[in-house]
Design a protein around this ligand. Sequence first.
Ligand code: UVW
Length: 313
Amino acid sequence: MCQVASAGRHPFPHKALGQRLSNWGRWGAEDERGTLNFITPARIVVAAAEAREGRVFELSIPLGSNGPQTGVANRTNPIHLMSIMPGDLSAPDGMCVADDFIAMPLQSGTQWDGLAHVGYDGLLYNGVSADTITAMSGVARNAIDRALPGVTGRGVLLDIARLHGVEWLPAGHEITPEDLDRACVAQRVEVGSGDILLVRTGWRRKALVEGWGGWLDAEPGLGLACCEWLHRHEIAAVASDNYAVEVQPGQGAYLPVHCVLIRDMGMMLGEIFDLEDLSADCAADGRYSFLLVAPPLRVANGVGSPTSPIAIK
Ligand code: UVW
């Protein structure tokens, strides 16, 4: 049975919600995969059947210096340098070699937040002490590499910007469970246990049209009430085209949706996905489900990871 996250009254509503939606102990005291456990072999077979026409969509932004980061909180855009140039190692047979090098915060581009990314009151998912994260060794429990093999499953796109008839939702716009339900009806798609949910706010579109300036200041995104919806539908992971999945500024706390989804429910969050081409295709053929293949890198003892997700229809 699920255990409560911690006892007592909480001055912050998201902590009481997290206590109610807690998945701690649901998959065992040692579990480090959280809601990815909903992706069973049977659900993988269902997911694979979504790849019908062979159309493939890349869902990442380019990994390079032209990204959204500003240096705040040590988050810079990736730095890409050449480490071997064709003239450096040329061989007698005329072969030449090029190598390159990238330095980046793992949270700077299209990425997964793993289950050690946020906690509160000293605890991470499944009651793991935040003290288990050390400078020397990184993340001992709930590290991003525990998500492997995966993250692969049936993906469902809920296009909330399109539902509201706008190119992008305004900053601070809170997406509600009613929006998610209405999108399912409007798009004629059902969400099932183990699905990976992609929520389009249009925020990536805004960056393509207006540039990254001010992009990280605030955003439309999931409201706290959506946590219950994700829990009820047994969603395996949720990703969006904004920088934090949840509406910003946060509702009464810094990142309350992060706290409930990652720390209490054990759900990974995918951020800064590019859903533009996929959304156009879904609107054109009326099919909003697909095979989604979005593994993180196998960063040993890492918090999070860049990903180059692909959707296959
Ligand atoms: C924080 O800013 C803590 O998280 P994220 O990048 O996941 O929004």
